[in-house]
Ligand binder design. Structure first.
Ligand SMILES: [Zn+2]
Length: 293
């Protein structure tokens, strides 16, 4: 399969300038390395009616082009179920009946990373298992034999992060993000993952899971986020931050695009023009403060 990069938004609302900047970067990384560029809608959770269409329109308006059809995670339940079944057959999963509260109140295991699942359901005997099954639906957790894992990142270099017995399928039946993203990237031939660096802490879990599934680990580039004046991740409440908001304030889409390109030290103009000047080594390494409209 040809190699590919991707942008994978959650259709929970309109994309803001931070999302659009990450999309432009993912596009530049993929196109500058001769990769295909795929769009995947991560709609397992938090999907809002109509949001996908607006997001696709805004991406196209800013100049981000993609190859092939848009893929939606809600169409891919059988792929996720197959991957979980493979892990199950290898003895790498277990059922977990814990509530959030039970997890919070449990003593943490010795040497476990902070916030790690404390292993309450890891070794239930048959009677306990049958009793718990009669009380509550189970989530499926990965049975992990490491506490951390190391990945390579274009921006951050070697990055080591915690890996615990994380959830693969929630007890409401919804596939967990960490499983879906690994299965999707592999199945779509994605070998380059460019996304916001808020996702870096969960990357060791995903790479470890990929290794268990004999899936090649993609190249990662976690890009600095766009922040507000207080240094917090940009959000809707930070004023005019979507293409529609900015258009209302008199900033046309080309103006937004050029501002985003300038923040990446790239020349104004269409994305093909920026592509000619793109060099990952020249990208800023710090979060970018959105100056507002
Ligand atoms: Zn449990």
């Amino acid at each position: 399969m040809t190699s590919a990069g991707r942008f994978a938004p959650s259709p929970s609302g309109e994309l803001h300038v931070g999302n659009l900047r990450t999309a432009i970067l993912a596009w530049l990384f993929a196109r500058s390395t001769g990769r295909r560029f795929l769009l995947r809608v991560e709609d397992l959770d938090r999907a809002r009616a109509g949001a996908e269409a607006v997001q696709l329109r805004d991406l196209a308006a800013i100049g981000v082009t993609w190859d092939g059809d848009v893929v939606r995670q809600t169409d891919r339940g059988n792929l996720y179920a197959k991957a979980i079944a493979r892990l199950e057959q290898a003895g790498l999963t277990y059922e977990c009946f814990c509530t959030r509260r039970e997890i919070q109140e449990a003593p943490s295991a010795p040497h476990a990373p902070q916030g790690a699942y404390p292993g309450i359901c890891r070794n239930l005997d048959r009677a306990e298992l049958e009793f718990k099954r009669s009380t509550r639906p189970a989530a499926i957790r990965l049975r992990v034999d490491v506490t951390e894992y190391t990945v390579q990142d274009v921006f951050r270099g070697e990055y080591t992060g915690a890996v615990d017995d994380f959830v693969l399928r929630r007890n409401d039946g919804v596939t967990a993000y960490n499983l879906a993203v690994v299965v999707d990237d592999a199945e779509q031939g994605i070998d380059q993952v460019v996304r916001g660096d808020d996702l870096l802490p969960s990357t060791p879990r995903q790479a470890y899971l990929a290794s268990l599934l004999n899936i090649p680990i993609p190249e990662y580039a976690h890009v600095p986020l766009v922040v507000n004046h207080a240094g917090a991740r940009l959000a809707k409440r930070d004023g005019a931050v979507t293409l529609a908001d900015l258009a209302q304030e008199g900033v046309p889409v080309e103006g937004v695009r050029d501002r985003l390109l300038a923040s990446l030290r790239l020349p104004a103009g269409n994305l093909d023009h920026a592509l000619g000047a793109f060099d990952p080594a020249g990208l800023p390494r710090e979060p970018w403060v959105w100056p507002g409209s």
